[in-house]
Design a protein around this ligand. Structure first.
Ligand SMILES: [Zn+2]
Length: 117
């Protein structure tokens, strides 16, 4: 029983790190995103949260804004879905949109999202 408890605690900590890394990726993209009216498209980073991921995806500002319609929606490139915390809700040619059904991940994503009132 003790071993199982340790494992689940490690698992929870690992998931928190993963979600935090995805939130950090989203902050990078918010910094990348050009001011309205200044550019039609930009190169955004994958928000998968995997250590060392340097995948990027070029998309229009409108496409990125379509990803960011809710606090728990994240942009990842195909193949970069963290199945432990992510559920795919949209598939596009060069990117996927994932959400986080886990309640703790939801809280982390919401409290980190300055766009959601
Ligand atoms: Zn990635």
């Amino acid at each position: 029983v003790t071993v199982v408890d340790y494992n689940s605690a490690d698992d929870a900590a690992w998931k928190r790190r993963l979600v935090q890394a995805e939130i950090n990726g989203r902050r990078v993209n918010e910094a990348i995103e050009p001011a309205p009216g200044t550019a039609r498209s930009a190169v955004f980073v994958c928000e998968c949260g995997y250590l060392g991921c340097n995948a990027t995806v070029e998309m229009t500002i409108a496409e990125y804004e379509a990803v960011r319609t809710d606090f728990d929606r994240f942009l990842v490139v195909p193949g970069h879905v963290a199945e432990e915390v992510d559920t795919i809700v949209e598939r596009h040619a060069a990117h996927l949109v994932v959400v986080k059904p886990d309640s703790e991940a939801q809280e982390m994503a919401q409290s980190a999202d300055e766009r959601t009132p």
